[in-house]
Design a protein around this ligand. Structure first.
Ligand code: UT7
Length: 332
């Protein structure tokens, strides 16, 4: 893919709610234990919002952090894209609520629904507006309050998720080979039955019955999702590398959606990557859906592994199924 001008990420913002919930805390509420959760998922603790805190609040905090880090005003933002599966409400779009909260008075925007691949899909969409020349400052947010759709009586899902938001700023790159180089995204709707929230939409509008049947919660059959994720994450990441003339050994950093440590390790193995090139922070945050990749970018910036010139693959697989991989030469 040859862009007319490249988009590059120029700043990051994050927000993680302060309340930490450990596996030991969960074991007091449900039939689980620390060892099972760590062995099967790699998760040690996660952060939860106080009940009633909406996704827009986390997103607005993350964008606030982003604007501060870049040293720009909210009024300079031209486009605001929010990836989430836990919007404040069906409508208006969470992007509108965030725009109003941060006073991004010159921005338009919309939400993207692609579950755990949401941040990458939104990033790719945002990059198109930079590459086309339509905009010079695009904010892409991944934010989810997963606890708002978690069934705390279902031990197979409630241990997995956390709440958080992350945001990046996209701007035009003045260096030809720096910025977002390519992407590859896929959907496979035949996987929809394995990870979904059945209630509340037009198929099953909210009713006493849908609430009684707990249809407004995450429903997941873990094993098919696991197998698909392991296969697809490596496959799609290798594909985007190969079509740009790279191999796994050329990659500096692999920043994958944090759903399960075993999925990340298996994908990295399939790409022939050394452990030192793989970003892992699932132990601290659990699966924060659209927020995992910006949080992982943040940790890699903090620990010095991500810096200007590094060749990076961002990869995600999630409900839908959705899958995506973005290749970038880091630009700051
Ligand atoms: O981000 C969106 C995409 N989602 C994913 O990528 C998730 C993909 N799937 C997974 O990560 C894994 O399938 C899970 C972590 C969800 C589950 O791990 P698993 O190794 O597939 O376990 P399982 O569902 O096959 O369950 C194994 C056993 C079962 O007991 P029996 O039937 O063998 O006696 C479960 O009842 O583990 C039991 N179990 C638990 N035990 C203690 C399930 N949840 C728990 C728990 N604590 N929290």
């Amino acid at each position: 893919m040859k862009a007319t001008r490249r988009a590059k990420i120029t700043a990051l913002g994050r927000y993680v709610p302060p309340k930490v919930v450990t596996n030991y805390d969960l074991a007091k509420r449900i039939d689980t234990n620390h060892d099972w959760v760590v062995e099967r998922t790699g998760i040690v603790e996660r952060h939860w919002v106080e009940p009633g805190t909406p996704t827009s609040e986390l997103a607005a905090q993350a964008v606030g952090d982003l604007l501060k880090n870049r040293g720009i005003e909210a009024s300079e933002v031209e486009l605001l894209i929010v990836a989430t599966v836990t919007p404040d409400m069906f409508f208006p779009a969470t992007a509108c609520i965030v725009q109003n909260k941060i006073r991004a008075t010159h921005a338009w925007g919309f939400d993207v629904s692609a579950a755990c691949s949401g941040f990458l899909y939104a990033l790719t969409v945002g990059a198109q507006f930079i590459e086309s020349g339509a905009h010079n400052k695009v904010v892409v947010v991944g934010a989810d309050v997963m606890t708002s759709i978690t069934n705390f009586e279902d031990r197979s899902t409630c241990v997995l998720f956390g709440d958080a938001a992350g945001a990046v700023l996209l701007e035009p790159s003045d260096e030809e080979d720096f910025g977002i180089l390519d992407y590859k995204h896929e959907i496979d709707g035949s996987g929809g039955e394995f990870l979904y929230m059945p209630g509340g939409g037009s198929l099953h509008p909210a009713s006493h019955e849908t609430v009684d049947k707990k249809m407004h919660f995450i429903h997941q059959e873990g094993q098919p999702v696991f197998k698909y994720a392991v296969r697809k994450m490596g496959e799609i990441s290798r594909a985007v590398l190969e079509r740009n003339g790279y191999e796994g050994k050329d990659l500096d950093l692999f920043i994958a959606h944090q759903a399960n440590l075993r999925i990340i390790n298996a994908a990295a193995d399939r790409m022939g990557l050394d452990e030192s090139k793989v970003v892992k922070n699932i132990h601290k945050f659990g699966n924060t859906t659209a927020a995992t990749i910006p949080l992982a970018i943040g940790d890699a910036l903090d620990d010095g592994r991500l810096k200007k010139g590094k060749l990076v693959v961002l990869a995600a697989v999630g409900a839908g199924y959705t899958a995506g991989s973005v290749l970038a030469r880091w630009a700051y």
